[in-house]
Design a protein around this ligand. Sequence first.
Ligand SMILES: NC(=O)C1=CN([C@@H]2O[C@H](COP(=O)(O)OP(=O)(O)OC[C@H]3O[C@@H](n4cnc5c(N)ncnc54)[C@H](OP(=O)(O)O)[C@@H]3O)[C@@H](O)[C@H]2O)C=CC1
Ligand SMILES: CC(C)(CO)C(=O)C(=O)O
Length: 311
Amino acid sequence: MRVLIVGAGATGGYFGGRLLQHGRDVTFLVRKQRAAQLARHGLVIRSAMGDVDLPAPPTVLAADLRAPYELILLSCKAYGLEQAMIDIAPAVGPDTTILPLLNGMRQLDLLDARFGANHVLGGQCVIAATLDEQGGVQHLNQSHSLTFGERTGEASGRMQRITSTLADSDFDARPSAAILQDMWDKWIFLASLAGITCLLRGSVGSIAAAPGGSAAALALLEECRAVAAHSGHAPGEATLQRARQVLTEAGSTLTASMLRDLQQGHAIEADHVIGDMLARADPQHAAPALLSVVYAHLKIYEAGRSPAQGT
Ligand SMILES: NC(=O)C1=CN([C@@H]2O[C@H](COP(=O)(O)OP(=O)(O)OC[C@H]3O[C@@H](n4cnc5c(N)ncnc54)[C@H](OP(=O)(O)O)[C@@H]3O)[C@@H](O)[C@H]2O)C=CC1
Ligand SMILES: CC(C)(CO)C(=O)C(=O)O
């Protein structure tokens, strides 16, 4: 199966690197700067789950995309999605499947509108990863799951082909018959984690140690839960219990990738992760207070960044 990974960033570089290491037919769609960086340093993954060193990972620039790929793994940030959809268009043929790994839900609507829902699977990844100064992928924890599925829940032929392509590559490839619920479950957790760690500028453990910290994290989770329920995707009790436990764990060093981006002065997915959650709240009730504060906080950060700071 020919696989195109859009972006050799933290997540794309990680999962694409692992697939390449296991002999899969993978090419990274990159821009000139990243192409030069990969040519100079190779694709390096530093991970407690095993390092990877690939001296010359296959890359392609958008201008050189010709034939369709069977699978496109989309691992750009939400603010790069419009451009990415333009760039991948030549790689999308009648039999192409697009598997987005972005956090949130809105990517599905945008991809459906651009390419047709029949081309788009649901997907998500659970990992903590970032790029270092030389473009190496630093895997920061021991989670590395990639979950994917037909939004109908069907065990289709393409699901079987993708499952065997992603299997046995030293990460947890998880086909799912309930991918929309999985994505919502992750989104409410992530929006709470990103929201509270960015607002209070600390890890889960430091927030838990501060007066009122865990109560604020739980209140934010409750607002997100209500949005999910209003959208027809209420999380199950076990999912909620786990989210509550992870968001309040004493001593935990967990943060969201959004906090890492913010601390490095990078662009953040404020509209996609928090703004869209807020937009889906039940209009019959008052706007969720904490989500509103988090969103305002992130928009002030965005407004203070100069355009020269890029992404
Ligand atoms: N990092 C993490 O731990 C996690 C991230 N996520 C989610 O995964 C998604 C991706 O995040 P992450 O991997 O961290 O992001 P990164 O910023 O590390 O990587 C995104 C990459 O996509 C590239 N890219 C964007 N648009 C294009 C394009 N048109 N053509 C070629 N390359 C492109 C960027 O390239 P360039 O450098 O040229 O801009 C960049 O290298 C986000 O939605 C995030 O929320 C989910 C779970 C964990
Ligand atoms: C939920 C978490 C921490 C793990 O995948 C994440 O998605 C992120 O940091 O963006």
